[in-house]
Design a protein. Structure first.
Length: 327
């Protein structure tokens, strides 16, 4: 598979109320996402996952680095070329209720992106909107309803339809099932898989739940305090982590019977992105930390074919995973 999205040394920082102080929400992130692939992105709250996703879509301005879509640097595009490129990147947000205008009928909400982009006349836009609703398992009758007349799962289907109506190549899914119950989560994940198979979509799937990532993603990237700690095929990362932070995340996932292992409890809270620790960002909570970890920033490097890690000792630590690769 060829690369659809290439992210190189991406950084996003925000000024605080204190003069000269900045929050480094994303700090030197690099990865590639392939055509037709689902890349999971996991990490604790405050790790920078959502800020990263918004920087990819140019909803927040990166302070450094590059985001290239099919070889084109999004930051350098202007005018029509920029608008057309950004239509190929769409997003499904976490809260299905907050994502819809309560005063608009569903069909009009799905049609709105086409109107903003100046695509077709009213009849053509309505036809595409209804086709998008049908593709997510909703009917024209649903299109005449208002958001409050739909269930949570139906609303999230509408949000997926809105993302699809512009025929994107990549859909960023920001915690799209976290607000749903377990049964509805399974339905939405199955829908996303079917849409991907039928339309050739790529997904960046953001979540804090490793079990969800294991269910849908091909590869997974682990993020902590603005940086990537590990990246690789899901089963390999879950079975044999190469970073202590990944090991802790894997141990925190609930399991049944013989697969249950003692949880690794991380001491303290995630440090402030205003003044992150020297050296390795994770060292203040890492049970394997050594002096080198405080003095030297670990390189983001391909340790094995397809396996990336930002740890000084990626293959020598006694890290444990889950047998069979299922979180």
């Amino acid at each position: 598979m060829s690369e659809l999205l290439q992210v190189d040394d991406l950084a996003v920082s925000f000024a605080t109320k204190r003069k000269g102080e900045r929050v480094r929400a994303v700090d030197g992130v690099s990865f590639a996402l392939r055509e037709g692939e689902t890349l999971g992105l996991i990490g604790e709250s405050g790790s920078g996952k959502s800020t990263l996703s918004r920087a990819l879509l140019q909803l927040v301005r990166p302070s450094g680095g590059e985001v290239r879509l099919a070889g084109a640097d999004l930051a350098t595009l202007r005018g029509r070329a920029r608008r057309e490129a950004l239509t190929r990147l769409q997003m499904v947000f976490q809260d299905p209720n907050a994502s819809l205008d309560p005063r608009m009928r569903i069909a009009s909400s799905v049609e709105e992106p086409l109107l903003v982009q100046g695509k077709g006349n009213h009849a053509e836009r309505r036809t595409r909107a209804l086709a998008a609703l049908e593709s997510v398992g909703l009917s024209a009758e649903h299109g005449e309803r208002y958001p409050h007349e739909l269930s949570g799962g139906q609303k999230q289907r509408v949000n997926i339809a809105r993302a699809l109506v512009l025929d994107p190549a990549l859909v960023v899914c920001d915690e799209p099932v976290s607000a749903l119950d377990v049964a509805l989560q399974a339905e939405i994940l199955d829908l996303l898989r079917r849409l991907q198979a039928g339309l050739g979509l790529s997904y960046l799937f953001i979540t804090h739940d490793l079990a969800v990532v294991s269910n849908i993603a091909d590869r997974v990237a682990v993020m902590y305090l603005g940086r990537l700690m590990e990246l690789g095929p899901v089963d390999e990362v879950v079975e044999r982590p190469l970073h202590p932070y990944t090991e802790a995340l894997v141990s925190a996932q609930p399991r049944i019977g013989s697969q249950q292992r003692d949880r690794i409890v991380l001491e303290g809270d995630i440090p402030s992105p205003v003044d992150p620790p020297s050296g390795c960002r994770f060292r203040t909570r890492c049970r394997y930390a050594q002096q080198r970890c405080a003095e030297e920033v670990p390189k983001w490097a391909e340790v094995e074919p397809g396996r990336w890690s930002a740890c000084h000792f990626p293959e020598s630590l006694p890290l444990r995973g889950v047998e069979g690769g299922q979180a």
